[in-house]
Design a protein around this ligand. Structure first.
Ligand code: X8Z
Ligand code: ZN
Length: 577
């Protein structure tokens, strides 16, 4: 037999060198397209994507043919990552590959350019403006109009989406997968079916808490909007939950907050009153990472990032974090608004940047999160430490509110995090079935709302015909970004938080504990981040938490005081839908 180990490593080294180069080229073209959408930038981005995807597919085929038994553990892992590491797989046919990449780019651009003219207005406005109305208005007629108006954007994505599903599956099948959804599920160091069960296991652990929150919120909305608008036992109308996708409900906190348990402070108000600018918001977030002993962001981050929506051109406003040279050309692209929500989101995005920077020393194929849920969880973990005491320490709050207000703070946090869980799960439950063919194009919309009803207990304001395409009104569906990562991150961030506050030597309830300023936490975090995707994720989890399984225990412990309170509040209310 030839010496396969040598051969394997040589092939992989050649693959990594070429792919690093093409990935940087394609990333730069994507950046220009996302921050300046025109037909020309779309074309350039598509060309670069096709080159990169085609090379990845070619190397995946070469590497898959290597004799597996001769590969080191690390090389075998690289072969798996070559096959499954990207959310899109090119087909062997260059024309079809090009069509696939162009379709995804154009769906993302269509989404980014979506506008609606609200009733009573003469100006067509973007998603952010519509979201502001949805979160700040309580007139159900206005809410329904805004909700309907944005969802109309999904309609034009129906045809291209169906084509993208066909083409995406084609590439997946050429690599030996049944469909693209199976590729997405196979990135978790588990057989794909086991992973689907793992997600359901985690959901079952947190579902009772979600049902309590749901029952409570439905009861309060019923008091506000009346029994004709909000049913006693059925699903909650989606347009009343303060968010376009009913995925997190923190903006209706003022509607559902019980008297006497206000959240004790309004971070949005504080930030606005102080004249905070978008870059200041990012500085706060950077300051947190620096307090852990991590280095400040490079000067180029501040020069090259996009922090605000430009007035003169179309951009993709959906927040994202980038590493353009896969070393230290870190950037975020975001249309920052001065709100508590975006305060949390900048922490989220910088979590990506600090992860990217920490694993930059790894070989190309390991420059990634342990799994994608880890990548999404890092910044959120930091944001969980934005406690009242932390805000006092950085001078945003004068004094820490009385612990009697904790139920208010926890309710606010639950509206953000617990409300999200079923949504985080259902988006890819739906896409997995779409890719597998279990859901046919003629059933796209019906099946979407069936899952929404089943998992979230939420319903559209009125019946949605099959001529609509409501999944397309969600960024990640339009832009081909897998979504299960966010569900996992919403569990993991509490597991991380629980472990790290102990490292920081904090005692007391989890929701009051902050890791701010702890060098010991910084060391622990860095050790995990630097591993990138070089080993199976349980190793990374163990490095950070000492545990090898994803567990909802941290989340349940964090919200335990709220769970007791909700159970008490909802004793006489119906549960479920
Ligand atoms: O897309 C994001 C981030 C960018 S990775 C802003 N998130 C999901 C969403 O907005 O739907 C964060 C939470 C869930
Ligand atoms: Zn993210």
């Amino acid at each position: 037999m030839p010496p396969p180990i040598e051969g394997g490593s040589t092939v992989l080294a050649a693959a990594e060198a070429e792919l690093l180069d093409l990935s940087v080229e394609s990333g730069r073209a994507d950046w220009v397209h996302a921050t300046y959408i025109t037909d020309d930038t779309a074309d350039l981005a598509t060309r670069a994507t096709v080159r990169f995807l085609a090379a990845t597919g070619r190397w995946a085929r070469v590497a898959s043919a290597l004799p597996r038994h001769g590969l080191s553990r690390s090389d075998a892992r690289k072969v798996d990552l070559l096959r499954t590491g990207l959310p899109l797989i090119a087909t062997d046919d260059p024309a079809l590959s090009r069509e696939l990449a162009a379709t995804v780019n154009s769906m993302e651009a269509t989404y980014a350019k979506g506008r609606h003219t609200p009733i009573g207005s003469t100006e067509a406005v973007d998603l952010q403006a519509l979201s502001r109305i949805l979160s700040g208005t309580r007139d159900p007629v206005v809410l329904e109009d805004v909700w309907n108006g944005w969802h109309r954007v999904g309609r034009s994505l129906r045809q291209p989406f169906a084509r993208y599903v066909e083409l995406g599956n084609l590439g997946a099948r050429e690599l030996g997968f049944p469909d693209l959804g199976a590729v997405w599920r196979s990135r978790y160091d588990l057989p794909p079916d086991d992973f689907a069960r793992e997600a359901e296991r985690l959901w079952a652990e947190v579902r009772p808490l979600y049902e309590s929150l749901h029952a409570y919120v439905r009861g309060r909305l019923r008091e506000r909007y009346g029994p004709d608008t909000v049913p006693e036992r059925g699903p909650i109308p989606a347009h009343l939950l303060g968010n376009m996708w009913a995925q997190s409900w923190e903006s209706i906190y003022p509607v559902v907050a019980p008297s006497g348990t206000s959240a004790a402070y309004d971070l949005t108000r504080i930030l606005v009153d102080r004249g905070t600018r978008p870059t200041d918001l990012v500085r706060y977030a950077e300051g947190f990472f620096v307090s852990l002993g991590l280095p400040p962001l490079p000067a180029t981050f501040w020069e090259r990032s996009m922090f605000e929506r430009p007035r003169d051109r179309e951009v993709v406003c959906h927040a994202s974090a980038w590493d353009l040279d896969l070393v230290d050309d870190l950037r975020i692209k975001m249309c920052i608004e001065i709100t508590a929500e975006d305060f949390a989101t900048v922490h989220h995005e910088l979590g990506h940047n600090y992860y990217q920077r920490a694993y930059a020393g790894q070989p190309y194929l390991f420059r990634n999160g342990a799994h994608d849920g880890f990548h999404e969880a890092v910044g959120d973990t930091i944001a969980l430490s934005v406690t009242p005491e932390y805000l006092v320490r950085i001078g945003l709050l004068e004094s820490s509110p009385d612990p009697a207000h904790d139920v208010g703070l926890l309710l606010l946090r639950a509206l953000e995090k617990i409300a999200f869980l079923p949504f985080g799960l259902l988006v890819d439950r739906w896409r997995w079935d779409v890719f597998s063919g279990a859901i046919a194009p003629a059933e796209y919309n019906r099946s979407w709302w069936e899952l929404t009803a089943r998992y979230q207990g939420v319903a559209p304001p009125s019946a949605r015909p099959e001529s609509e395409f409501d999944p397309g009104a969600k960024y990640h569906v339009a832009a081909n970004v897998p979504y299960m990562r966010y569900f996992l991150a919403h569990i993991l961030q509490f597991q991380f938080h629980r472990a790290l506050v102990r490292v920081a030597g904090e005692s007391g309830p989890l929701h009051r504990a902050s890791i701010y300023g702890s060098a010991a936490v910084g060391e622990r975090l860095r050790a995990m981040l630097e591993m990138g995707a070089s080993t199976e994720w349980p190793d990374a989890l163990e490095t950070l938490t000492g545990e090898r399984r994803m567990e909802a225990r941290g989340l349940l412990e964090y919200f335990a005081p709220l769970q007791r309170w909700l159970d008490d509040q909802t004793r006489r209310l119906p549960r479920g839908w």
